[in-house]
Design a binder for this molecule. Structure first.
Ligand SMILES: [Zn+2]
Length: 400
């Protein structure tokens, strides 16, 4: 699996980035593939070559947007003991604190602030699950409730999310009234960092449980979440939908790395049906009662049992969203918001087809380490998922 880690480089590359753009514009005009033709711009030839390959070959590009400095694998040296990456063409040393078990660095893209280091991480072979865990995600209460029908055990995870959200919503309202927009932005960023951190912890825990119980993971297919009454209603006072999708992406890639199979089920009536007898029950706030068989349960626990017991929806077992996505780890337009969102490339830009990309960025993944060292706090991580635009769940979904 390819993951992209963002490392702050602390260098001024304004000049090089300007030259890179000039080379790209030249490439779009002339479609040349020879670095000799662009020598006069003064950009290092290793980098110039990458840009030419990217921009000259694609005849669809008419206008050049933001251009990063791209360094291919051959132009990168890695010292694993020192945990340093060296780029000779830029005389740039990048200390890193992200996981050291990567197979190789595929490429590095550099913008004004960050070096986006794309690495290949080995995946563990997929386990044969003995059972399936149902994971119910919620906008209110716990962000995830997990159930194992084989053992009857239930885990309620991420209770803090709601409190955090309410607390920050109050602060945001006050700042809005005071028209303190800059502070408002900082507060928003802080909230999304905290939620992201929580999503990382919760997803890690879910994959841990699955491994321990020798289970696969079932999630509701919430790609039509906006048209889903249950959720639109709760979103008005609960967490945002991006948090849902972020949690989903985190569970997906962590499961994939650990060889835990994951699949999606039809979400219809998962919170209304009785997990014991299947009849429609009565739900009040977080309690569930079945008038047919008398079953009484925590509403989210009941839902998670339903999810666990449902057959996989279209796509089948083991088909991850991530799986369907050929992934190169290129991040030409890095996400600065630090949260999950969909990016549609403008027409006529690089890869100007109908490709969509999701970028999940997170400092939280390495936050345990990051808190202890200054340099690593500058690092963050992103999973770049390219979706092909076809397929059942991928291309059409919209993410906030
Ligand atoms: Zn029942």
């Amino acid at each position: 699996m390819i993951l992209t880690f963002n490392v702050k480089h602390n260098r001024d590359f304004t000049d090089e980035l300007k030259k890179a753009r000039q080379v790209a514009e030249f490439a779009v005009r002339t479609h040349t593939l020879s670095s000799k033709d662009v020598k006069h711009f003064g950009l290092n030839s290793v980098i110039a070559n990458q840009i030419l390959r990217k921009y000259s070959r694609n005849k669809k590009i008419k206008k050049v947007g933001h251009v990063n400095l791209t360094i291919p694998n051959q132009g990168i040296r890695v010292d694993r003991e020192k945990q340093e990456i060296y780029i000779p063409s830029l005389k740039l040393t990048l200390p890193y604190t992200f996981r050291n078990d990567f197979e190789k660095v595929n490429q590095i893209e550099i913008d004004e602030q960050y070096a986006h280091v794309s690495v290949t991480i080995p995946e563990k072979p997929v386990i044969q699950p003995q059972t399936w865990l149902g994971v119910d995600r919620n906008a209110t209460g716990h962000i995830a409730v997990v159930a194992n029908p084989q053992t009857g055990k239930v885990w309620k995870l991420g209770k803090k999310a709601m409190h955090i959200h309410m607390k920050y919503r109050e602060i945001r309202r006050k700042l809005q009234k005071l028209r303190k927009y800059r502070l408002l932005k900082r507060i928003k960023d802080r909230e999304s960092r905290i939620i992201r951190d929580l999503n990382h912890k919760v997803s890690r825990k879910i994959v841990e449980i699955a491994k321990k119980d020798n289970a696969g993971i079932k999630l509701e297919d919430l790609s039509g979440i906006r048209n889903n009454k249950k959720h639109t209603k709760s979103f008005s006072y609960g967490l945002n939908s991006w948090s849902f999708h972020q949690l989903e992406k985190f569970i997906e890639y962590k499961a994939k790395l650990e060889g835990v199979p994951l699949t999606y089920v039809e979400p219809k009536n998962t919170s209304k049906e009785c997990s014991r007898c299947g009849s429609i029950g009565i739900r009040e706030a977080k309690s569930f009662k079945c008038p047919s068989c008398g079953h009484v349960d925590h509403a989210d626990a009941n839902a998670s049992f339903n999810i666990a017991l449902r057959p996989p929806s279209v796509g089948g077992v083991g088909q991850l969203h991530v799986d369907r996505d050929a992934c190169k780890g290129s991040t030409d337009t890095p996400d600065r918001e630090g949260r999950l969102r969909e990016r549609r490339r403008p027409r006529n830009s690089v890869m100007g087809s109908r490709k969509t990309r999701l970028i999940v960025r997170s400092d939280a993944e390495i936050s345990a380490k990051a808190r202890t060292s200054e340099a690593s706090a500058e690092e963050s991580m992103s999973v770049v998922i390219h979706s092909k635009g076809a397929g059942h769940l991928t291309g059409s979904r919209t993410v906030n």
